[in-house]
Write a protein that binds this ligand. Sequence first.
Ligand code: ATR
Length: 279
Amino acid sequence: MTFTGAAIVAGVAGWPIKHSRSPRIHNYWLRKYAIDGVYVPFAINPDGAHDAFRTIPSLGLAGMNVTVPYKETAYRAMDEVDRWAQRLKAVNTIVVRDGALFGANTDAYGFLESLREAHPGWRADAGPVVILGAGGAARAIVAGLQEEGAPEIRITNRTPERSAALRDEFGAPVQTLDWERRGDALDGAALLVNTTSLGMEGQPPLGLDLAALPADAVVYDIVYVPLETPLLAAARALGNPAVDGLGMLLHQARPGFRDWFDTDPEVDQVLRDHVLEVL
Ligand code: ATR
């Protein structure tokens, strides 16, 4: 990788940060498009996270991605935010504009783009959506699906208070269902999304009976280690279309790259393979 003193500098802030895949993604694009730029990991100490974000313009950085545990801190440090960040009260992409901090949240965008990439004919109004889990990822995905016009969003979560909180926050079209009877939630569904960590390497399996799932329902697992989770394998065995979680990771990165480096980057198979090498 070569960059000069005139290089555009961006990066990703988190704590810890060494497991982040973002440097690999952005530096692949910088090489591919021969851009004089660099994207670095920033391990931001918890004591000074808010101040660190406020310092971004004076450091001359183009901006940063933000990951765990700082998306809410970053939100509070911004001068201006986009409607997704406003809604989710969390920022994952910071762009310096005229010396001010602009915060965006591209998680919902990344989810919707990856779904459309895998299934160009997908429509939010095709039928009920089932969301497994009620954490931060579920919240962004529910916001995206609601905005796209999903008519019915069924959320089921081990801790019912968290799914009830999402129902209270988003209102219609969200319904909550009992985690113990999650298989029943699949009846008539057009899309099933796993946002829990179940099925991830080192985690227990999801344990979901797909008997009630319609044959054409799309099954999306945001887990990407392994890429083919037991849920996706079971869905494919039934003939259901299946979408892995790598696409969301790659597509959520595009808006930041576009704003910092003035190039709309492509998610291609070489990039997928490049990131998969380290998963
Ligand atoms: P993220 O921000 O990635 O969504 P999170 O907020 O920690 O992460 O959410 C993790 C999700 O996985 C939650 O829905 C969690 O369920 P709880 O709300 O009950 O904690 C779910 N999850 C994690 N481990 C689980 C397990 N062993 N059984 C069922 N659900 C689990």
